[in-house]
Design a protein around this ligand. Structure first.
Ligand SMILES: Cc1cc2nc3c(=O)[nH]c(=O)nc-3n(C[C@H](O)[C@H](O)[C@H](O)COP(=O)(O)O)c2cc1C
Length: 370
Protein backbone atom coordinates (compact mmCIF):
# COMPACT_ATOMS: atom_id res chain seq x y z
CA UNK A 1 0.00 0.00 0.00
CA UNK A 2 1.20 3.43 -0.89
CA UNK A 3 1.34 5.82 2.03
CA UNK A 4 0.19 9.39 1.64
CA UNK A 5 3.67 10.84 2.00
CA UNK A 6 5.23 9.15 -0.99
CA UNK A 7 2.06 9.24 -3.06
CA UNK A 8 2.19 13.07 -3.08
CA UNK A 9 5.14 12.63 -5.40
CA UNK A 10 2.85 10.83 -7.80
CA UNK A 11 0.08 13.44 -7.92
CA UNK A 12 -0.26 15.79 -10.84
CA UNK A 13 0.97 19.37 -10.73
CA UNK A 14 0.10 22.49 -12.62
CA UNK A 15 3.25 24.14 -13.93
CA UNK A 16 2.20 27.28 -15.78
CA UNK A 17 -0.15 26.07 -18.49
CA UNK A 18 1.20 22.53 -18.34
CA UNK A 19 -0.34 19.76 -16.30
CA UNK A 20 2.40 17.40 -15.17
CA UNK A 21 1.17 13.86 -14.62
CA UNK A 22 3.37 13.51 -11.54
CA UNK A 23 6.02 15.44 -9.63
CA UNK A 24 8.94 13.24 -10.61
CA UNK A 25 11.18 15.37 -12.82
CA UNK A 26 13.96 13.94 -14.93
CA UNK A 27 17.03 16.05 -14.09
CA UNK A 28 19.28 17.30 -16.89
CA UNK A 29 21.85 14.60 -17.64
CA UNK A 30 24.73 15.00 -20.05
CA UNK A 31 25.20 11.65 -21.77
CA UNK A 32 27.45 12.51 -24.74
CA UNK A 33 25.58 10.53 -27.39
CA UNK A 34 25.17 13.35 -29.94
CA UNK A 35 28.37 12.66 -31.89
CA UNK A 36 31.03 15.15 -32.91
CA UNK A 37 28.45 17.13 -34.88
CA UNK A 38 26.47 17.66 -31.64
CA UNK A 39 23.35 16.49 -33.42
CA UNK A 40 20.28 15.02 -31.67
CA UNK A 41 19.53 11.58 -33.14
CA UNK A 42 17.39 8.43 -33.00
CA UNK A 43 19.39 6.95 -30.15
CA UNK A 44 18.64 10.00 -28.02
CA UNK A 45 14.99 9.81 -29.06
CA UNK A 46 14.86 6.22 -27.86
CA UNK A 47 16.50 7.15 -24.53
CA UNK A 48 14.17 10.06 -23.80
CA UNK A 49 11.08 8.16 -24.93
CA UNK A 50 11.94 5.29 -22.58
CA UNK A 51 11.76 7.84 -19.74
CA UNK A 52 8.46 9.43 -20.80
CA UNK A 53 6.62 8.55 -17.60
CA UNK A 54 8.41 11.45 -15.88
CA UNK A 55 6.17 14.42 -15.10
CA UNK A 56 8.62 16.71 -16.90
CA UNK A 57 11.89 15.98 -18.66
CA UNK A 58 14.66 18.55 -18.56
CA UNK A 59 17.04 17.83 -21.42
CA UNK A 60 20.73 17.31 -21.02
CA UNK A 61 22.74 20.53 -21.10
CA UNK A 62 22.65 21.78 -24.70
CA UNK A 63 25.20 24.24 -25.99
CA UNK A 64 23.97 27.60 -27.25
CA UNK A 65 27.06 28.34 -29.37
CA UNK A 66 30.29 26.84 -30.57
CA UNK A 67 32.06 28.98 -27.96
CA UNK A 68 29.85 27.47 -25.24
CA UNK A 69 31.14 23.91 -25.89
CA UNK A 70 33.22 22.27 -23.20
CA UNK A 71 32.27 18.62 -23.27
CA UNK A 72 32.60 15.92 -25.90
CA UNK A 73 29.62 14.89 -28.03
CA UNK A 74 26.95 16.92 -26.24
CA UNK A 75 24.08 18.23 -28.37
CA UNK A 76 23.76 21.79 -29.56
CA UNK A 77 20.98 24.21 -30.44
CA UNK A 78 23.04 26.73 -32.39
CA UNK A 79 22.18 25.64 -35.94
CA UNK A 80 18.92 25.12 -37.79
CA UNK A 81 20.02 21.56 -38.48
CA UNK A 82 20.31 20.87 -34.76
CA UNK A 83 16.94 22.55 -34.22
CA UNK A 84 15.31 20.25 -36.79
CA UNK A 85 17.03 17.20 -35.33
CA UNK A 86 15.49 17.91 -31.89
CA UNK A 87 11.96 17.90 -33.35
CA UNK A 88 11.42 14.12 -33.51
CA UNK A 89 12.39 13.95 -29.82
CA UNK A 90 9.94 16.61 -28.64
CA UNK A 91 7.22 15.11 -30.86
CA UNK A 92 7.77 11.59 -29.52
CA UNK A 93 7.45 12.88 -25.96
CA UNK A 94 4.37 14.92 -26.74
CA UNK A 95 2.73 11.78 -28.12
CA UNK A 96 3.08 10.43 -24.59
CA UNK A 97 1.92 13.72 -23.06
CA UNK A 98 5.30 14.38 -21.52
CA UNK A 99 6.58 17.95 -21.62
CA UNK A 100 10.28 18.63 -22.14
CA UNK A 101 12.33 21.74 -21.38
CA UNK A 102 15.69 22.33 -23.05
CA UNK A 103 18.58 23.19 -20.77
CA UNK A 104 20.57 26.10 -22.26
CA UNK A 105 24.31 25.80 -21.63
CA UNK A 106 27.50 27.79 -22.05
CA UNK A 107 30.44 26.11 -20.34
CA UNK A 108 32.60 29.26 -20.08
CA UNK A 109 35.99 28.42 -18.57
CA UNK A 110 35.02 24.76 -18.11
CA UNK A 111 36.23 24.26 -21.66
CA UNK A 112 39.53 24.05 -23.52
CA UNK A 113 41.02 25.71 -26.59
CA UNK A 114 40.73 22.43 -28.50
CA UNK A 115 36.91 22.83 -28.40
CA UNK A 116 37.09 26.39 -29.70
CA UNK A 117 37.19 27.87 -33.16
CA UNK A 118 40.82 28.49 -34.22
CA UNK A 119 41.99 27.07 -30.90
CA UNK A 120 41.17 30.27 -29.04
CA UNK A 121 41.14 30.22 -25.26
CA UNK A 122 37.81 29.53 -23.58
CA UNK A 123 36.09 32.58 -22.12
CA UNK A 124 34.89 33.48 -18.64
CA UNK A 125 33.98 36.43 -16.44
CA UNK A 126 37.64 36.79 -15.42
CA UNK A 127 40.94 35.22 -16.39
CA UNK A 128 40.93 32.75 -13.48
CA UNK A 129 41.82 29.13 -14.12
CA UNK A 130 39.58 26.57 -12.45
CA UNK A 131 41.44 24.46 -9.97
CA UNK A 132 40.93 20.95 -11.28
CA UNK A 133 42.94 17.98 -12.38
CA UNK A 134 42.14 17.82 -16.08
CA UNK A 135 39.41 18.16 -18.68
CA UNK A 136 38.40 15.64 -21.38
CA UNK A 137 38.91 17.33 -24.74
CA UNK A 138 38.94 16.41 -28.44
CA UNK A 139 42.71 15.88 -28.05
CA UNK A 140 42.48 13.76 -24.90
CA UNK A 141 42.83 14.67 -21.24
CA UNK A 142 44.35 18.13 -20.85
CA UNK A 143 45.18 20.42 -17.96
CA UNK A 144 42.82 23.38 -17.52
CA UNK A 145 43.81 26.63 -19.18
CA UNK A 146 43.48 30.17 -17.91
CA UNK A 147 40.41 31.52 -19.72
CA UNK A 148 40.21 34.86 -21.44
CA UNK A 149 38.07 37.44 -19.63
CA UNK A 150 35.21 38.55 -21.88
CA UNK A 151 35.32 42.15 -23.04
CA UNK A 152 32.31 44.18 -21.92
CA UNK A 153 31.38 44.72 -25.57
CA UNK A 154 31.27 40.96 -26.23
CA UNK A 155 28.63 40.22 -23.63
CA UNK A 156 25.56 41.36 -25.61
CA UNK A 157 26.62 38.86 -28.30
CA UNK A 158 26.48 35.99 -25.80
CA UNK A 159 23.12 37.18 -24.49
CA UNK A 160 21.94 37.15 -28.10
CA UNK A 161 23.19 33.56 -28.47
CA UNK A 162 20.92 32.60 -25.57
CA UNK A 163 17.99 34.36 -27.24
CA UNK A 164 18.63 32.64 -30.56
CA UNK A 165 18.95 29.29 -28.78
CA UNK A 166 15.62 29.88 -27.05
CA UNK A 167 14.06 30.76 -30.39
CA UNK A 168 15.33 27.52 -31.92
CA UNK A 169 14.16 25.58 -28.86
CA UNK A 170 10.69 26.98 -29.39
CA UNK A 171 10.72 26.07 -33.08
CA UNK A 172 11.93 22.57 -32.17
CA UNK A 173 8.81 22.09 -30.04
CA UNK A 174 10.24 22.38 -26.52
CA UNK A 175 7.70 23.34 -23.88
CA UNK A 176 10.16 25.70 -22.30
CA UNK A 177 13.80 26.25 -21.46
CA UNK A 178 15.88 25.92 -18.34
CA UNK A 179 18.69 28.45 -18.07
CA UNK A 180 21.70 26.59 -16.65
CA UNK A 181 22.98 28.85 -13.93
CA UNK A 182 24.45 26.01 -11.85
CA UNK A 183 27.55 23.83 -11.50
CA UNK A 184 30.25 26.36 -12.27
CA UNK A 185 29.40 27.07 -15.90
CA UNK A 186 29.45 30.53 -17.47
CA UNK A 187 26.45 32.05 -15.65
CA UNK A 188 27.65 30.72 -12.29
CA UNK A 189 31.14 32.04 -13.15
CA UNK A 190 29.61 35.52 -13.47
CA UNK A 191 27.48 35.19 -10.32
CA UNK A 192 30.21 34.15 -7.92
CA UNK A 193 33.05 36.33 -6.62
CA UNK A 194 35.42 33.36 -6.79
CA UNK A 195 35.40 33.47 -10.57
CA UNK A 196 34.23 37.04 -11.24
CA UNK A 197 36.65 39.82 -10.40
CA UNK A 198 35.55 42.17 -13.14
CA UNK A 199 35.63 45.91 -12.69
CA UNK A 200 32.95 46.77 -15.27
CA UNK A 201 29.17 46.74 -14.79
CA UNK A 202 29.16 42.90 -14.74
CA UNK A 203 31.49 42.64 -11.74
CA UNK A 204 31.95 43.89 -8.19
CA UNK A 205 28.68 44.03 -6.26
CA UNK A 206 26.20 41.16 -6.16
CA UNK A 207 23.83 43.31 -8.24
CA UNK A 208 26.49 43.70 -10.92
CA UNK A 209 27.43 40.02 -10.95
CA UNK A 210 23.74 39.15 -11.37
CA UNK A 211 23.42 41.45 -14.42
CA UNK A 212 24.61 38.80 -16.92
CA UNK A 213 21.91 36.36 -15.78
CA UNK A 214 19.35 39.16 -15.72
CA UNK A 215 20.11 40.09 -19.33
CA UNK A 216 19.91 36.45 -20.40
CA UNK A 217 16.55 35.98 -18.68
CA UNK A 218 15.17 39.13 -20.23
CA UNK A 219 16.39 38.07 -23.68
CA UNK A 220 14.85 34.60 -23.31
CA UNK A 221 11.59 36.18 -22.11
CA UNK A 222 11.25 37.87 -25.48
CA UNK A 223 10.84 34.33 -26.88
CA UNK A 224 9.01 32.33 -24.21
CA UNK A 225 6.47 33.52 -21.66
CA UNK A 226 7.86 33.57 -18.12
CA UNK A 227 5.95 30.46 -17.06
CA UNK A 228 7.92 28.46 -19.63
CA UNK A 229 11.34 29.53 -18.38
CA UNK A 230 13.15 27.99 -15.41
CA UNK A 231 16.54 28.70 -13.84
CA UNK A 232 18.89 26.14 -12.26
CA UNK A 233 21.15 27.16 -9.37
CA UNK A 234 23.66 25.35 -7.17
CA UNK A 235 24.34 27.54 -4.11
CA UNK A 236 26.18 24.80 -2.21
CA UNK A 237 28.20 23.38 -5.07
CA UNK A 238 31.93 22.95 -5.38
CA UNK A 239 31.82 21.33 -8.84
CA UNK A 240 34.04 23.13 -11.39
CA UNK A 241 35.88 24.81 -8.51
CA UNK A 242 32.99 26.93 -7.25
CA UNK A 243 31.98 28.17 -3.80
CA UNK A 244 32.21 31.82 -2.74
CA UNK A 245 32.11 33.21 0.79
CA UNK A 246 29.04 35.39 0.07
CA UNK A 247 27.03 32.46 -1.32
CA UNK A 248 24.06 32.93 1.00
CA UNK A 249 23.59 36.63 0.38
CA UNK A 250 24.21 36.13 -3.35
CA UNK A 251 21.71 33.35 -3.94
CA UNK A 252 19.01 34.97 -1.78
CA UNK A 253 19.45 38.11 -3.86
CA UNK A 254 19.18 36.07 -7.08
CA UNK A 255 16.04 34.27 -5.85
CA UNK A 256 14.43 37.60 -4.95
CA UNK A 257 15.18 38.98 -8.38
CA UNK A 258 13.84 35.88 -10.10
CA UNK A 259 10.66 36.19 -8.08
CA UNK A 260 9.68 39.32 -9.95
CA UNK A 261 9.39 37.57 -13.35
CA UNK A 262 6.80 34.88 -12.59
CA UNK A 263 9.15 32.20 -13.93
CA UNK A 264 8.14 28.55 -14.30
CA UNK A 265 10.48 27.51 -11.50
CA UNK A 266 13.79 27.64 -9.71
CA UNK A 267 15.56 24.30 -9.85
CA UNK A 268 17.88 23.95 -6.89
CA UNK A 269 20.66 21.49 -6.22
CA UNK A 270 19.96 21.59 -2.49
CA UNK A 271 21.40 18.15 -1.70
CA UNK A 272 25.12 17.86 -1.03
CA UNK A 273 25.80 14.61 -2.90
CA UNK A 274 27.52 16.39 -5.77
CA UNK A 275 30.02 18.11 -3.49
CA UNK A 276 29.75 20.92 -0.94
CA UNK A 277 32.00 23.96 -0.58
CA UNK A 278 31.81 23.87 3.24
CA UNK A 279 31.91 27.64 3.56
CA UNK A 280 29.11 27.64 6.14
CA UNK A 281 25.71 26.02 6.61
CA UNK A 282 24.35 24.64 3.34
CA UNK A 283 21.43 26.53 1.84
CA UNK A 284 18.23 24.55 1.76
CA UNK A 285 14.89 24.67 -0.02
CA UNK A 286 13.30 26.58 2.82
CA UNK A 287 15.79 29.43 2.43
CA UNK A 288 14.44 29.81 -1.10
CA UNK A 289 10.79 29.22 -0.16
CA UNK A 290 10.99 32.24 2.11
CA UNK A 291 11.83 34.59 -0.76
CA UNK A 292 10.62 32.89 -3.94
CA UNK A 293 6.88 32.49 -4.45
CA UNK A 294 6.99 30.30 -7.56
CA UNK A 295 7.52 26.59 -8.10
CA UNK A 296 10.62 25.07 -6.51
CA UNK A 297 12.26 21.91 -7.79
CA UNK A 298 14.57 20.19 -5.31
CA UNK A 299 17.36 17.89 -6.46
CA UNK A 300 20.34 15.82 -5.48
CA UNK A 301 20.36 12.61 -3.55
CA UNK A 302 16.59 12.25 -3.20
CA UNK A 303 14.84 8.93 -2.78
CA UNK A 304 11.19 8.29 -3.33
CA UNK A 305 10.65 8.62 0.43
CA UNK A 306 12.67 11.79 1.02
CA UNK A 307 11.15 13.37 -2.08
CA UNK A 308 7.62 12.65 -0.86
CA UNK A 309 8.46 13.96 2.59
CA UNK A 310 9.96 17.18 1.19
CA UNK A 311 6.87 17.87 -0.91
CA UNK A 312 4.55 17.04 1.97
CA UNK A 313 6.41 19.41 4.28
CA UNK A 314 5.91 22.11 1.66
CA UNK A 315 9.60 22.74 1.02
CA UNK A 316 9.46 21.84 -2.68
CA UNK A 317 6.74 21.31 -5.29
CA UNK A 318 8.65 18.95 -7.53
CA UNK A 319 11.73 16.76 -7.15
CA UNK A 320 14.24 16.03 -9.90
CA UNK A 321 16.07 12.72 -10.09
CA UNK A 322 19.32 12.34 -12.00
CA UNK A 323 21.25 9.12 -11.43
CA UNK A 324 18.13 7.08 -10.68
CA UNK A 325 16.84 7.91 -14.18
CA UNK A 326 20.05 6.68 -15.81
CA UNK A 327 19.53 3.07 -14.73
CA UNK A 328 15.73 3.11 -14.33
CA UNK A 329 13.89 4.19 -17.48
CA UNK A 330 10.66 3.26 -15.67
CA UNK A 331 11.48 5.15 -12.47
CA UNK A 332 7.93 6.43 -12.07
CA UNK A 333 6.40 2.96 -12.51
CA UNK A 334 8.85 1.62 -9.94
CA UNK A 335 7.87 4.36 -7.48
CA UNK A 336 4.17 3.79 -8.18
CA UNK A 337 4.30 0.03 -7.67
CA UNK A 338 6.94 -0.06 -4.93
CA UNK A 339 9.21 -2.05 -7.22
CA UNK A 340 12.92 -2.09 -6.39
CA UNK A 341 15.33 0.07 -8.39
CA UNK A 342 18.10 -1.21 -10.64
CA UNK A 343 21.56 -0.73 -9.11
CA UNK A 344 23.21 2.62 -9.82
CA UNK A 345 24.95 2.64 -13.20
CA UNK A 346 28.71 2.45 -13.48
CA UNK A 347 30.35 5.84 -14.03
CA UNK A 348 32.07 4.42 -17.09
CA UNK A 349 28.85 4.49 -19.11
CA UNK A 350 27.78 8.00 -18.17
CA UNK A 351 29.55 9.67 -21.11
CA UNK A 352 30.67 6.68 -23.16
CA UNK A 353 29.21 7.65 -26.62
CA UNK A 354 27.74 4.12 -26.96
CA UNK A 355 24.19 2.70 -26.98
CA UNK A 356 25.38 0.31 -24.26
CA UNK A 357 24.74 1.77 -20.87
CA UNK A 358 22.27 4.21 -22.41
CA UNK A 359 19.14 2.60 -23.78
CA UNK A 360 19.61 -0.94 -22.46
CA UNK A 361 18.58 -0.67 -18.81
CA UNK A 362 15.67 -3.06 -18.27
CA UNK A 363 12.31 -1.94 -16.99
CA UNK A 364 11.14 -3.81 -13.91
CA UNK A 365 8.54 -5.66 -15.93
CA UNK A 366 11.08 -6.81 -18.49
CA UNK A 367 13.66 -7.87 -15.91
CA UNK A 368 11.10 -9.75 -13.80
CA UNK A 369 10.03 -11.75 -16.87
CA UNK A 370 13.59 -12.98 -17.41
C1 LIG B 1 25.95 11.67 -15.82
C2 LIG B 1 25.50 12.99 -15.28
C3 LIG B 1 25.31 14.05 -16.14
C4 LIG B 1 24.85 15.27 -15.66
N1 LIG B 1 24.61 16.29 -16.54
C5 LIG B 1 24.06 17.46 -16.12
C6 LIG B 1 23.66 18.46 -17.04
O1 LIG B 1 23.78 18.31 -18.26
N2 LIG B 1 23.14 19.60 -16.54
C7 LIG B 1 22.98 19.80 -15.20
O2 LIG B 1 22.48 20.86 -14.80
N3 LIG B 1 23.30 18.84 -14.31
C8 LIG B 1 23.82 17.67 -14.73
N4 LIG B 1 24.09 16.67 -13.83
C9 LIG B 1 23.65 16.82 -12.45
C10 LIG B 1 22.26 16.18 -12.30
O3 LIG B 1 21.27 16.92 -12.99
C11 LIG B 1 21.84 16.10 -10.82
O4 LIG B 1 21.92 17.38 -10.27
C12 LIG B 1 22.74 15.16 -10.03
O5 LIG B 1 22.85 13.90 -10.66
C13 LIG B 1 22.19 14.97 -8.60
O6 LIG B 1 20.91 14.37 -8.63
P1 LIG B 1 20.73 12.80 -8.26
O7 LIG B 1 21.28 12.62 -6.87
O8 LIG B 1 19.26 12.54 -8.35
O9 LIG B 1 21.54 12.04 -9.26
C14 LIG B 1 24.59 15.45 -14.27
C15 LIG B 1 24.79 14.37 -13.42
C16 LIG B 1 25.23 13.15 -13.89
C17 LIG B 1 25.39 11.99 -12.94
Amino acid sequence: MENTTTSMLLTSYKLGNLTLKNRVIMAPLTRSRAGEERMPNDLMKEYYTQRASAGLIISEATVISRQGCGWLNTPGIYSDQQMKAWKPITEALHEQETPIFLQLWHAGRASHSSFQENNQLPVSASAIKPNGEYIHTPIGKQPYETPRALETEEIPGIVEDYRLAAERAKKAGFDGVEIHGANGYLIDQFLQSKSNQRTDKYGGSIENRYLFLQEIIEAVLTVFPANQVGVRLSPNGVYNDMGSPEYRELFIYVAKQLNSYGLAYIHLLDGLGFGFHELGEPMNLKDFRDVFEGTLIGNCGYTKESAGETIKEGNADLIAFGRPFISNPDLVERFTNNWPLNPEADLKIWYSFEPEGYIDFPTYQNSSKG
